[in-house]
Design a binder for this molecule. Structure first.
Ligand SMILES: *Cc1c(COP(=O)(O)O)cnc(C)c1O
Length: 421
């Protein structure tokens, strides 16, 4: 398609094909020319139960007959009230407050602003935020500031605010990360640490153990530093449990949720906050209220979609489905691991990832020349996979058919041969 549309993360100068998708169901998307596409990345990590899940679609249709949108400052509505009850019932009790917004990036901006507000209202000047190397928290200026500096944000780097960075806890050197965090807590009045729990997504599907996450949380607690868990990708079963924090048996002070919150059907996000953070903003002084809103905060139709997602989690064996999928993915990964040219095979829940070998380790990273060739190879076979540089990963909707999952795994093995990696 040629059009006036400017697509995200797309170099239009390369004139790559942009297939037009007409409909979707389960893990399958259909294009206008009738091609059947297997969605191996859950349409950028959002689709959990499958495309056009009947219960979510029905909830959207029903809500659309009732109320489309209403200002959320000073007004409320049933879908949002139900959502707050549903979220607080399923998430840890020590996160009793729910702030709704529109995207993962916004949920992160909200968390950062809540953390800074907390310190201001407690009369302490704490602004500095710690982050982890290779982390990604979104594409708005604040979210980019707490993410890795890279080709993604080179043009904006001078405007991004300064943060402290912990080394990624690579296997065998986890203590260095913990020591760096403790040293930072001792030498600075840190406001918060923001973390992608257990797996760094856009940074290359980098996995680290639950005990490191638990230790980081413990260090923050010891120094009174707020702990922000960005569960935007990891939430809603992606890592095998409802949230990734669960696997480390920790509860953060602030938790960001988005992507799978509506099952991937509509944009919506939630920042869940502890009572201490809410209480710091609670006052008769209007200057102390939380100053954040977007036009569509708590959009009723998006909330209805999220309520349908929560109902699916309550009524259906979602975690069992995820366990079955993950076991199948593990079998696929085990055989991929034997293919020469495939390196660092790894898995967390419903995510598998690996690197394609490059000559002497060159040509790696997001701009690797391998990425567009891999993308074309997969596209030709009707597979939606979108490698990040020479990192290939599969993160399917939970309803993917076994045969379709096998086709994804098979195509990765084949890519190594046909692209002479
Ligand atoms: C995708 C993602 C975001 C940003 O979410 P958007 O909805 O794209 O703004 C933030 N954090 C993490 C960990 C993500 O994976």
């Amino acid at each position: 398609m040629t059009s006036s549309l400017w697509h995200p993360f797309t170099q239009h100068g390369l004139c790559e094909p942009t297939p037009l998708v007409t409909h979707g169901s389960g893990a399958i998307l259909w294009t206008e020319d009738g091609q059947r596409i297997i969605d191996g990345i859950s349409s950028w990590w959002v689709t959990t139960h499958g495309h056009c899940h009947p219960r979510i679609m029905a909830a959207i249709a029903a809500q659309a007959q009732q109320l489309d949108q209403v200002i959320f400052a000073g007004w409320t509505h049933e879908p949002a009230e139900t959502l707050a009850q549903g979220l607080t019932a399923i998430m840890p009790p020590s996160l009793p407050y729910v702030f709704l917004s529109d995207s993962g990036s916004t949920s992160v901006e909200v968390a950062i602003k809540m953390a800074l507000g907390y310190w201001l209202h407690r009369g302490q000047t704490r602004h500095r935020i710690m982050v982890m190397e290779h982390s990604y928290h979104g594409d708005t200026i604040g979210a980019m500031s707490v993410g890795a500096r890279s080709v993604y944000n080179r043009a904006y780097t001078p405007l991004l605010f300064d943060v402290g960075t912990l080394p990624f806890p690579i296997a065998g050197q986890e203590q260095a990360t913990l020591d760096a965090l403790e040293a930072a807590c001792r030498s600075h009045e840190l406001a918060a640490l923001i973390i992608e729990p257990l797996i760094l997504g856009a940074g290359g599907m980098l996995i680290y153990p639950a005990w490191v996450l638990a230790e980081m949380r413990a260090i923050c607690a010891r120094f009174g530093v707020l702990f922000i868990a960005d569960e935007v990708m990891t939430g809603w079963g992606r890592t095998g449990t409802l949230t990734a924090c669960e696997q480390a048996e920790i509860v953060p002070d602030l938790m960001c949720l988005s992507k799978g919150l509506t099952g991937g059907a509509l944009p919506l996000a939630a920042t869940m906050a502890s009572a201490a953070i809410y209480d710091a903003h609670y006052s008769t002084d209007r200057a102390q209220q939380f100053f954040h809103s977007s036009s569509y905060t708590a959009n009723p139709i998006a909330c209805a979609a999220a309520n349908a997602n929560l109902a699916i989690w309550r009524d259906e064996p979602v975690l069992e489905r995820i366990a079955t999928l993950a076991a199948h993915q593990q079998t696929g990964l085990d055989s991929l691991a034997t293919v020469p040219g495939i390196e660092n095979p790894r898995q967390l829940g419903t995510i598998i990832a690996m690197e394609m070998a490059t000559p002497q380790g060159q040509d790696q990273g997001y701009l690797s020349h391998l990425a567009p060739r891999l993308l074309a190879h997969f596209r030709e076979q009707g597979l939606l996979l979108r490698p990040m540089g020479n990192t290939v990963y599969v993160m399917p909707p939970y309803s993917i058919e076994a045969a379709d999952l096998d086709r994804l795994h098979h195509a990765i093995a084949e890519a190594v041969i046909s692209l002479a990696i």
